[in-house]
Design a binder for this molecule. Structure first.
Ligand code: ZN
Length: 316
């Protein structure tokens, strides 16, 4: 059932509309569980579009297995998705930095408020992001330390490779996930893939993981899947950031999602004019290469890779 949850008139006879697709059983009671799947807060991140499609397809094909309410919001920033713009067009504002918003704010704040009011009351929410155009990410769940006790066991139901527990609360307070977790909706943030692209295998893996989580929560009837071991990092010191020391063109040596050994070459920054290597980027430790630069142009300080140091990550 397609529902419009927010409508606002734009200057030249157009309308900004926030839509969701609701799947639910015929008999809804107060104990019926509800999950909201949201994506597209950043309009240049498209990996979540494929996940919404796969979930909708499964739910369309198995209406008899639906026991709870599933709300799918593919486009939280409708004008951003339509124009492949990360922020809210014209206002140049990141919607995921203005939550919870209010009805008396500027238009992006009103949209944020409408999202919160619409998702409020859900038992669970999953907010799917796709990095940006610069970095490719292994599928991972990012959780604020504040909510780790309840959210880590929930995230493990997704059968995802990596759970990263952050402690940078000051940065995260204005996000959708913080707003919803504060209101009692257990909300997970998934980062995966790369901006403006779709990685089919990641989309398939995550949609199966979400179906598994829904089965555990009693929202759908489905045999739970066997989930793989998830690496959980609860300390920021486990995660190494590798930045460029010079400008140039980055060419990776290692594939994404491999164990890099200490001293192994991750890639090179080359100089096309002189025909030489300006910098050889080496791994600082043994660990999982979970972020790798996708966009070749780099400047001094550009992020090249992130590695989760082995041994320090607890296997759960
Ligand atoms: Zn994002």
């Amino acid at each position: 059932m397609i529902e419009e949850v927010f409508n606002v008139k734009l200057p030249v006879n157009e309308t900004l509309t926030l839509k969701r697709n609701r799947f639910c059983p015929e008999d809804i009671t107060t104990s019926t569980k509800r999950i909201s799947i949201v994506t597209g807060i950043h309009g240049d991140e498209l990996e979540g579009q494929y996940v919404c499609y796969l979930l909708g397809k499964w739910l369309n094909e198995h209406p008899e297995h639906i026991k709870g309410i599933i709300d799918i919001y593919p486009s939280m920033n409708p004008m951003g998705i339509d124009s492949i713009t990360r922020g809210f067009p014209f206002y140049d504002v990141d919607i995921n930095r203005i939550f919870p918003g209010s009805t008396s704010e500027f238009l992006p704040g009103q949209l944020a408020n409408a999202i919160v009011e619409s998702v409020k009351g859900s038992d669970y929410a999953i907010d799917i992001h796709a990095s940006n155009i610069f970095l490719r990410e292994l599928p991972q769940v990012r959780i604020s330390k504040l909510f780790a006790d309840t959210l880590v066991p929930l995230a493990e139901k997704l059968g995802i490779d990596f759970i990263w527990v952050h402690d940078a609360v000051t940065v995260l307070e204005s996000t959708f996930s913080h707003a919803m977790n504060t209101l009692g909706t257990q909300t997970l943030v998934v980062e995966m893939g790369v901006g403006m692209r779709i990685t089919k295998s990641y989309g398939q893996g995550l949609s199966e993981g979400i179906l598994n989580l829904m089965a555990h929560a009693g929202i759908i009837e489905k045999k739970p899947m066997r989930v793989c071991k998830t690496a959980v990092s609860t300390l920021n010191s486990n995660v190494h950031f590798i930045n460029a020391s010079t400008s140039g063109i980055f060419v990776p040596t290692l594939e994404h999602n491999v164990i890099a050994m200490k001293g192994e070459q991750l890639g090179e920054i080359i100089d096309p004019l002189l025909g030489c290597v300006k910098e050889s980027i080496l791994s600082p430790c043994n660990g999982l290469l979970f972020t790798i630069r996708e966009y070749p142009v780099v400047y001094e300080g550009s992020l090249i890779a992130r590695i989760l140091e082995e041994n320090k990550a607890e296997k759960q």
